[in-house]
Design a protein around this ligand. Sequence first.
Ligand SMILES: *Cc1c(COP(=O)(O)O)cnc(C)c1O
Length: 495
Amino acid sequence: MMYQSTRDPAHKKYSAAEVIKMGLAPDGGLFIPETIPTLTEEEITALCGESYPVRAAKILSKFLSDYTYEEILADCEAAYAETSFPGGAAPLVHVRDNIYSLELWHGPTAAFKDMALQIMPRLLSRALVKTGETRDALILVATSGDTGKAALEGYKDIDRIKIMVFYPVDGVSRVQKLQMATQTGDNVNVCAIRGNFDDAQTGVKKIFGDADMAAQLNERGFVLSSANSINWGRLAPQIVYYVSAYCDLVNAGNLALGETMDVCVPTGNFGNIFAGYIAKLMGLPIRHFVCASNKNNILTDFLRTGTYDRNRAFHLTMSPSMDILISSNLERLLCFSAGEERTASYMEQLKMTGAYTVDADVLSEITANFSGYFADEQATAATIKSYFEHDHYLADTHTAVALSCAEQYLSTLSAEELRPIVVDSTASPYKFAADVYESLGKSQPADPLAALDELSIATGTEIPYPLCGLGERTVRFTTVIDADDMPAAVLDYCN
Ligand SMILES: *Cc1c(COP(=O)(O)O)cnc(C)c1O
């Protein structure tokens, strides 16, 4: 199984290990598999009887042919161990009628990025060996909060890798700051930047583009690598839980083998939903994808009109992980529907003008599989309240956007057309405790840490282990620097 760039009509091939190490293709495109491996009904039947780590190993080994099955299984068992995911890696919970919540947030940071970031670092560590790399990898991350913590948890104590995370000193919540400042592990470093998220991100990008930095890091025995969400190593593990959800529906008798289900995904960068589409292309019986957006509804507009236009206002919402105007992974879907040449031209137009319109054949192929809906802030809050009051289901702000969109989609179907719909639940409600609490009709407590306890008392639900006792943990990282001093801090860390 080899990979190629979404922008390369010549189809130059790369191995999975190379692709995981490189992250982005040299022409700026994203890596996609040259062909999609198949998943037969017999294989799905067999997977129904397996645990999550084995389901993951079986699926991943179809994509990572330069890794042995034993290597992949060992990594999956370590990544998705009961100790890290005490509620199960991806439990499917019945919510109401034919709506099921696929809870992807039982991992070490209580959000779905753990599903990929718990395993990807292990795959990268092996990729260094497989590609004959003699240097160790240095991961640099600029974060507005959640990705930084998930990356720190994923990379901590992984062989031959160091990680350094930069965050804007006044740009993350108190909970997020505490989560990062108390991070454990011998190969981790966290540093606050005077400035905003853009300053941190620009600083990291500068370091990546700086030949002199590369040379100095090289002397110290390091090669730079990124934990970016466009890395194939982050996408592939996300295919697994769609298959797993299907197996769980079959096991529970809610679906006969071969019958289809619908899927609804709260979407930002289009990574999660695209992974589901790959599962469908493999042969998993998925009928339709609902792409759920918040008030930043650029994808809703794209799926309804064929025009992607980022020249619009940017809204800060209570589902911040979906506050995105450039959905990078959409490029992978475009490549599947439009081919490399047209994809390269759409991306060029996006860069030059901030917009592009796909051809009619491309739009009709995409809308055969995807519909876009959105929920504004009011609808999101009302959904949290309604699901808690009627179904005793406590959804976080991102999951609530998806539940609202799933309902909008379901209202377009006749009774005979209804299928089970799997709604991805991407964060624990406690990750966004203050907004969830307020959505239930209460006034926000002044102290954000107190919101966790208040929410627990008001709803009779438990605070997940990663967020318990945050205030009592030992703070390890307190450094605050100017963005200009980031390169020096990186070199210092690598000495
Ligand atoms: C990252 C994230 C999303 C968006 O996922 P994409 O793969 O970027 O579409 C949704 N919800 C939460 C909680 C997230 O952290």
